[in-house]
Write a protein that binds this ligand. Structure first.
Ligand code: CP
Ligand code: NVA
Length: 302
């Protein structure tokens, strides 16, 4: 059974899915391709964009989403993930899950008879990365040869971007404080993809080096869901990595600013940048739905 747990799972089909997203956004697919299909949507963490975009996306494709808070599920009281997967598979056509631990999503997919879609874990956020690259194409044209830079925490969002950038022939730099680098397994795979596609991946704590020749500047919160205990230390460690006008001036003229949202203005990004002319954050948020409709079509359509 095919699932989308990581960008690596769609390594060979990423362009196909993105082409599909462009077609779906343009209204260039059949009416109600997922008529009669249902998607269980399990949330162990808060969400605005993921919840609403998957729910509305299913509806617009002719199917329906079923919101399941882990607080209300028997899983939240200790029912095994394996039983949850097997039982839900008897009712629904797909499962989207936002989970605290990535291993739990791997386990869910192992026992599920229907596709499982990762709606964010502590390790990856593949649907966000798909929406992000769709937004880059709309604003900057072709991906090939572009350079994107992620400034801040080597977290779930930067992990998925590191995997998708080389697959689309983009170069990528990560500017992060020492000790907050992306996971070594992600970097190993990203370097493999970069070698295959003749692109470059750089991870550095030198902001000047990371921002050289950059077309897209990304950042994300300093304190992700689950990292709250480290808040005070993180605010100290990430302070020099704030995306402000001075930092943006190091990127190319015409560079765009992106953020998966929610954002904390005054921390990882200033209002001047996130609410300024280079910011494309609302197009990026809207594209969550278009990219995910392509994912749903790809995984759930008969
Ligand atoms: N970017 C994102 O995943 O947003 P939500 O947490 O609101 O779903
Ligand atoms: N890195 C953030 C992304 C939220 C959409 C988090 O995991 O909380």
């Amino acid at each position: 059974m095919k699932s989308l747990l990581s960008i690596s799972d769609i390594k060979d089909d990423v362009r196909y899915i993105l082409d599909l997203a462009i077609k779906i956004k343009a209204g260039d697919v059949e009416d109600k391709p997922l008529e009669g299909k249902t998607l269980a949507m399990i949330f162990q963490k808060s969400s605005t964009r993921t919840r609403v975009s998957f729910d509305v996306g299913m509806y617009q494709l002719g199917g329906r989403g079923i919101f399941l808070s882990s607080n209300d599920l028997q899983m939240g009281r200790g029912e095994p993930i394996s039983d949850t997967a097997k039982v839900l598979s008897r009712f629904v056509d797909g499962i989207m899950i936002r989970a605290i631990k990535h291993e739990d999503v791997v386990e869910l997919a192992k026992y599920s008879d229907v596709p499982v879609i990762n709606g964010l874990t502590d390790f990856e956020h593949p649907c966000q990365a798909l929406a992000d690259v769709l937004t880059i194409k709309e604003h900057l044209g072709d991906w090939k040869g572009r350079k994107i830079c992620f400034v801040g925490d080597g977290n779930n969002v930067s992990n998925s971007l590191l995997l998708i950038a080389p697959l689309l022939e983009m170069n990528m730099s990560v500017a992060c404080p020492k000790g907050y680098e992306p996971h070594e397994d992600i970097l190993k795979t990203a370097h493999e993809y970069a070698a295959e596609h003749n692109t470059e991946i750089i991870v550095t704590d030198d902001i000047g080096v990371a921002l050289e020749n950059v077309d897209v500047v990304f950042t994300d919160v300093w304190v992700s869901m689950g990292d709250e205990a480290e808040k005070a230390q993180r605010e100290i460690d990430f302070a020099p990595f704030q995306v402000n006008s001075d930092l943006m001036s190091l990127a190319n003229d015409g560079a765009i600013f992106m953020h998966c949202l929610p954002a904390v203005r005054g921390q990882e990004v200033t209002s001047e940048v996130i609410d300024g002319p280079q910011s494309v954050i609302y197009d990026e948020a809207e594209n969550r739905m278009h990219a995910q409709k392509a994912v749903l079509y790809y995984y759930l359509k008969d």
